[in-house]
Design a protein around this ligand. Structure first.
Ligand SMILES: [Fe+2]
Ligand SMILES: [Fe+2]
Length: 264
């Protein structure tokens, strides 16, 4: 049990600290040159999460659980810090105090939701509170489907408008995922009656198909951007970043699927 706690903590921290580090970079790239204070704050968060990421690789599954617990709460504070920073930026943008900056409000909100997810995962791990499987399945899917829907929107908006074919594809994904988000919310509102094994199983199957094809689209886009074959203002690292988040969602779906089989 304690080993599983350490392994799960390390898995979350290694994945999400790299994500948080990259968010700091994306936000910084979107600021105007005169926003030196914000640029400095973003750089501090970059270094903070880079340090956390490096330290997490010095831990192993044999690490003392007590030491892991302390590291989790330290990382949770860092995640809370970057969450507050992102919400502050969102406030500045929405009150038109950063005219001409290149961070979309939805992107800032999106990255803040990911920070909040990360800090909540760490709190759950430290409190040893595991959600019942059926609750976890619906909650994680509602969260990640919306994240995927946002990604499709971002890609559609950051591709050059002259890339008409790709923009169309991104728009179709965006529509597809909006529908899946609504379906997931419907299933959530029908809880607990909706939490039958066949319904949850079908829910996961349907989501997996769409996430796998979005993942492939992101992979293609990433490769095309890296090879400079398409016109866009998408940073190659951002293309890879959203690809990795789709991969993670797929792994989570597979894990749920496996656990659900044992309940049949
Ligand atoms: Fe992200
Ligand atoms: Fe994301």
């Amino acid at each position: 049990m304690t080993n599983a706690f350490v392994a799960q903590s390390l898995d979350e921290i290694r994945f999400w600290s790299r994500i948080m580090k990259e968010h700091s970079l994306f936000l910084r790239l979107g600021f105007r040159c005169e926003d030196t204070q914000l640029i400095q704050e973003a750089n501090q968060f970059y270094r903070l999460f880079e340090d956390i990421e490096q330290r997490s690789h010095s831990f192993t599954n044999q690490t003392d659980p007590e030491q892991m617990r302390r590291f989790n709460s330290e990382v949770q504070q860092a995640a809370t810090g970057i969450f507050a920073f992102k919400r502050k930026i969102l406030g500045l943008i929405l009150t038109c105090q950063l005219p001409g900056s290149n961070n979309f409000p939805l992107l800032v909100d999106h990255t803040s939701r990911e920070a909040n997810y990360f800090r909540k995962r760490l709190i759950e791990l430290n409190e040893g509170k595991l959600k019942p499987l059926a609750d976890a399945i619906i909650k994680e899917n509602v969260f990640f489907l919306r994240i995927m829907a946002d990604h499709a929107q971002f890609i559609g908006h950051l591709l050059d408008p002259s890339e008409r074919k790709l923009v169309d594809m991104a728009r179709n994904f965006s529509h597809d995922f909006d529908q899946l988000v609504f379906q997931a919310r419907d299933l959530e509102s029908m809880k607990p009656q909706s939490q039958t094994v066949p319904l949850l199983d079908q829910f996961l199957d349907q989501n997996r198909v769409s996430v796998a094809s979005l993942r492939d689209f992101k992979k293609t886009a990433r490769d095309l951007i890296e090879e400079c074959r398409i016109k866009s203002i998408i940073h190659p690292l951002l293309a890879d970043h959203v690809f990795r988040e789709a991969e993670r969602f797929l792994h989570i779906i597979d894990m749920f699927e496996k656990n659900l089989q044992t309940q049949k």
